[in-house]
Design a protein around this ligand. Structure first.
Ligand SMILES: [Zn+2]
Length: 99
């Protein structure tokens, strides 16, 4: 089984689906280059201590096409992921910091 070996056939669409099945480093680089290494929500620079997070626009984690991905800082990423594990904790943190 090879992603690159089978050049025969004109089934390029299903091939693309294979290609974008996983979030690879190459895909991350495309998304980061497009966003100029900045959070696409708050424009914070994504480097060093600010690790980029990848948000799925259509919600499908099997759809790793660059156009379905947004590079976000971890804060914006958590804001956009209501089902995130740490959501309860971060909302408590928000309530506390408001007072
Ligand atoms: Zn941000």
């Amino acid at each position: 089984m090879s992603f690159f070996g089978n050049a025969s056939g004109n089934n390029s669409k299903s091939k693309n689906r294979e290609k974008y099945k996983e979030l690879t480093l190459a895909i991350k680089q495309i998304v980061l280059e497009r966003s100029k290494n900045r959070c696409q929500n708050c424009s914070k620079k994504l480097s060093g201590s600010t690790q980029p997070q990848f948000y799925y626009v259509n919600g499908s984690k099997k759809d790793n096409r660059p156009e379905n991905l947004r590079a976000l800082c971890s804060e914006c990423y958590e804001d956009r992921s209501p089902k995130h594990k740490n959501n309860l904790f971060s909302s408590i943190k928000k309530i506390l910091s408001r007072n």
